[in-house]
Ligand binder design. Structure first.
Ligand code: SF4
Length: 353
């Protein structure tokens, strides 16, 4: 296959995606990253959007094999933030000029419909921020209630598009259900995000190509591709991490295929490589998602160990990111960073919701 032609092709087939994911020479991989960066600039511009994460609870009813928050991990100290702590943290984030708040937790039903709705409504009253929910698979009525309360986006990663592997990793859940939830969320007006983990046990490059194609089929607004990192006290604690290179290639190919979606340079990537965020931003990414969960909770949100920037204070984190982003000629956005698929009129309407 002619690499130059492929990198400029609009509609890549599965075979072509696999070919790009298998590129092996430094020179070819560098062409891929450069082209992804060009497409990112055409589709997203040079602004980098920050999404401020608050990990509101590390309780979880699920038992995903790769995750340190799984309910069978009895060694993890558990916490729930109070609504007042969550709302105060959201204000701190917006005071730093960051206008997306991500409320993230395991599947924790103590944070029930009303409590989450109260938190969403309160944050909306007190800040101009967009709210992304990342609370796992919840009830369809809950999604509806939270949308009415003011939530804007929902992040629900599919992790793998291979239904057999999905069943192995998630003994209580099915891929088809996850896809149904994502489609429902989109139907009722959420901007939706999903994505996979790169380097999961037994995963193949063919599976990753299917992940990218599933993201296209779902018409996502955000797609996240982070490396698998083994977590202690899980069935996969002794497995190998995913690699930085395959994660970057996945992000770059995803940028070519998905074009006008938000793609984050993940904290997991920065955990495996101190320059991971910059490498991600140079390979198709346009989003960074810093963690503003207050201490001591942040240390206890151990999806995987030794996450980058575990002890940074909010102001230091914001300044450090600004330096990194400006060092590559980019700038931090001061907008909410809504879906790139919305028309200008729709963006204005979203902003005033
Ligand atoms: S991946 Fe999510 S749903 Fe699965 S155990 Fe971890 S926090 Fe729970």
């Amino acid at each position: 296959m002619d690499l130059f032609e492929l990198l400029h092709k609009d509609d890549l087939s599965k075979e072509e995606i696999i070919f790009l994911l298998n590129l092996s020479t430094k020179e070819d991989i560098s062409y891929l990253y450069t082209r992804a960066d060009e497409v990112r600039q055409i589709c997203c511009g040079d602004e980098v959007h920050l999404r401020g994460i608050i990990e509101i609870s590390n309780y979880c009813d699920q038992d995903c094999f790769y995750c340190g928050l799984r309910e069978s991990n009895f060694n993890l100290p558990r916490y729930r933030m109070t609504p007042e702590e969550v709302i105060a943290t959201a204000k701190t984030i917006t005071n730093l000029g960051i206008f997306t708040i991500v409320l993230q937790s395991g599947e924790d039903h103590v944070f029930d419909t009303d409590l989450i709705a109260y938190i969403i409504y309160s944050i909306k009253q007190e800040t101009p921020a967009a709210i992304t929910l990342s609370l796992g698979e919840r009830g369809f009525d809950e999604y509806r209630t939270w949308k009415i309360a003011g939530a804007d986006r929902y992040l629900l990663k599919h992790e793998t598009a291979n239904p057999k592997l999905y069943g192995v990793y998630h003994n209580k859940q099915k891929l088809s259900d996850r896809i149904t939830h994502l489609k429902f969320l989109k139907t009722i007006g959420y901007q939706i995000g999903s994505g996979n983990m790169v380097g999961l046990p037994m995963q193949t490059v063919e599976d990753i190509a299917d992940d990218i194609l599933l993201c296209k089929q779902l018409d996502l607004d955000m797609a996240a591709f982070g490396p698998f990192i083994p977590s202690p006290n899980t069935p996969y604690q002794n497995k190998k991490s995913g690699t930085v290179e395959l994660t970057l290639k996945t992000m770059a190919v995803a940028r070519l295929v998905l074009q006008n979606v938000h793609i984050p340079a993940t904290t997991a990537l920065a955990t495996l490589d101190v320059d991971g965020r910059i490498k991600g931003l140079n390979s198709g990414a346009n989003i960074v998602m810093p963690d503003f969960t207050p201490s001591p909770y942040r240390e206890q949100y151990q999806i995987y160990p030794d996450r980058r920037c575990m002890t940074d204070e909010p102001q230091n984190c914001r300044s450090c990111l600004q330096l990194q982003i400006e060092s590559i000629g980019r700038r931090i956005s001061t907008s909410r960073g809504d879906s790139l698929k919305l028309t200008p009129k729709e963006i204005i309407n979203w902003s005033f919701k």
